[in-house]
Design a binder for this molecule. Structure first.
Ligand SMILES: Cc1ncc(COP(=O)(O)O)c(C=O)c1O
Length: 389
């Protein structure tokens, strides 16, 4: 007689859905004539100087493990960069950890700080990895709706409503993926006050900090007394066109970095060495490249934003990241139906807003990190599709 077989997998992991974005990537891979506005990554190849720096490191035989914290010159460069941009100085020895993209940084931050049942407040919609990351770390995500009429900002008054005696932290991902929203000074100050009043941590995912249009990005970490309760996460994927290199970093008080470092040490050891040298070069000489790419994204942003509104898909002005988030509800289709039919009928990929949270339903995310020519062609097809409905 056969005994019943035990489950092979973990119940907590089973309950987490696979990313709704990946499903769309899989649908289109290999289909000719498809224009993808789906993937959130720069179309630019990593600038040559950064690539050369990595090649040089390999030729020089720098092929071994590095310090668990990351190579010292990179940590020093991150410290100088953050001091310049945010007005905060972090100690390269104890307060900076180089991670496998901001992805690992988010995971480590959550795992190193949350205890079972701790509530984490975050904006809905938000980046797809936040909710699973919180759940896997034993936390409880508390989604706060952001709305088109408030430009998808996370408003302090709404955050306040969500605070309970179990709240441990606020996760801020602005500029926002998928909406392209940015916070105002008032939002930041209000949220910082709440964090102080209720003794909360703030995870500040600033991966899009350089991709801001018509203004400068400001961080909550720069506000008085916020350094001690903020875990500042940033990286190279977006602004430096380095998604495939997998380099990000965390700056935080030493007691937090110490705990994050242990998980990092036992799970990944260190970030691939050549990638760290490419990142170092990016910080040393990459500013011109960042400005060049950001100017190009801005041109594309204006075109895509105007085109959506012209075709009757109301779209608020996104001021950060590289996404437009048009409202597709007036077509009578759900965001899933819209995305699926658009793909089948016109071969254009957008991501249904529901992939980013309940409040994303009725919207789709379209990434403008692709050529103007492709954007124009994709918008022609979307307008044709919408016109037929
Ligand atoms: C808001 C946000 N955070 C983090 C990441 C992860 O970036 P990476 O791991 O490439 O640094 C992304 C990627 O799309 C993102 O949009």
């Amino acid at each position: 007689m056969r005994t019943a077989r035990r489950r092979l997998t973990n119940a907590k992991v089973e309950r987490i859905p696979a990313s709704g974005i990946r499903r769309f990537f899989d649908l289109v891979s290999g289909v000719p004539g498809v224009i993808s506005l789906g993937v959130g990554e720069p179309d630019f190849v990593t600038p040559e100087r950064f690539r050369e720096a990595a090649i040089r490191s390999i030729k020089d035989g720098l092929t071994k493990y590095t310090s668990n914290y990351g190579i010292r010159p990179l940590r020093e460069a991150i410290s100088a960069h953050t001091a310049k941009l945010r007005g905060i100085t972090y100690d390269p020895d104890t307060e900076i950890l180089v991670t496998v993209g901001v992805s690992e940084a988010v995971d480590l931050a959550l795992r190193a700080t949350l205890n079972e049942g701790d509530e984490v407040i975050l904006a809905d919609p938000s980046y797809v990895a936040y909710v699973p990351g919180i759940v896997l770390a034993g936390g409880v995500p508390v989604a706060v709706a952001t709305e088109e009429r408030y430009e998808f900002r996370l408003r302090a008054e709404d955050v306040e409503q969500a605070i309970t005696d179990r709240t441990r932290a606020i996760l801020l991902g602005f500029p926002n993926n998928p909406t392209g929203a940015v916070l105002t000074d008032e939002d930041r100050v209000g949220i910082a006050r709440l964090a102080e009043r209720h003794d909360l941590l703030v995870y500040a995912d600033e991966i899009y900090d350089r991709l801001v249009y018509g203004g400068e990005h400001r961080s909550i970490v720069s506000l008085p007394d916020m350094r001690e309760r903020t875990i500042y996460l940033a990286g190279f994927s977006k602004a430096y066109a380095m998604t495939g290199w997998r380099v990000g970093y965390v700056c935080a008080p030493a007691e937090v970095i110490e705990q994050m470092m242990k998980i990092h040490q036992y799970t990944v050891m260190c970030v691939p060495t050549a990638g760290q040298y490419a990142a170092l070069e990016a910080l040393r000489s990459g500013e011109g490249e960042v400005l060049r790419m950001v100017a190009e994204y801005d041109r594309r942003r204006r075109v895509m934003w105007r085109r959506f509104n012209d075709m009757g898909l109301a779209c608020f002005e996104p001021r950060g990241a590289f996404y437009c988030f048009p409202n597709v509800s007036r077509t009578g289709l759900s965001d899933d139906e819209f995305a699926e039919r658009l793909l089948k009928e016109e071969k254009v990929v957008v991501v249904p807003g529901g992939a980013f949270g309940e409040r994303g339903r009725g919207y789709v995310r379209a990434c403008y990190a692709t050529s103007l020519e492709q954007i124009e062609e994709a918008c022609d097809r979307i307008a044709r599709f919408v016109g037929r409905l």
